[in-house]
Design a protein around this ligand. Structure first.
Ligand SMILES: [Zn+2]
Ligand SMILES: [Zn+2]
Ligand SMILES: [Zn+2]
Length: 145
């Protein structure tokens, strides 16, 4: 109702969930169809007293058992791999401190992309993980809008 210029109709936007980032920014995740997405990405939305920016919400799904991307725990055929230090144990059993963190996905990334040689000295949960960004970028390229 606050954004009549967008010509949205009831049902164009389905609320999913919200979360708070640093600096007390609240993010709302909604599901929309391709046409609505285009409209939203090219506009700002008035919401209460705020003007909101719209971005794609993309996350890489990571397996809890082997810490690799793109499959679920249920479908895992890998070995138990610690997401913090890449050792053969679960996250709970990990005794490594942050100085010895090793990202299993970036280790693998370097194996498959020997010319890149990205940093592996972080946990595979790290938001700055480059192989995770590569996975998300692939999602973006493979998603048809
Ligand atoms: Zn797995
Ligand atoms: Zn560990
Ligand atoms: Zn990484």
């Amino acid at each position: 109702m606050q954004n009549p210029d967008l010509n949205l109709e009831r049902g164009d936007i389905a609320a999913k969930f919200s979360y708070i980032m640093k600096k007390m920014n609240r993010n709302f995740v909604v599901e929309v169809d391709a046409a609505t997405r285009k409209t939203l990405l090219h506009n700002k939305i008035k919401l209460g007293w705020q003007v909101c920016r719209i971005e794609d919400y993309l996350v890489a799904s990571r397996c809890y058992k082997c810490s690799r991307f793109n499959h679920r725990f249920r479908d895992c055929r890998g070995k138990v791999t610690c997401p913090l230090c890449a050792g053969p144990h679960t996250l709970k059993a990990c005794t490594s401190d942050s100085k010895t963190y090793t990202c299993i996905n970036c280790v693998n990334y370097n194996t498959y992309n020997p010319t890149k040689n990205i940093s592996v000295n972080h946990s595979s949960l790290d938001r700055k993980c480059l192989s995770m960004h590569a996975v998300i970028e692939k999602y973006r390229l493979n998603t048809e809008y």
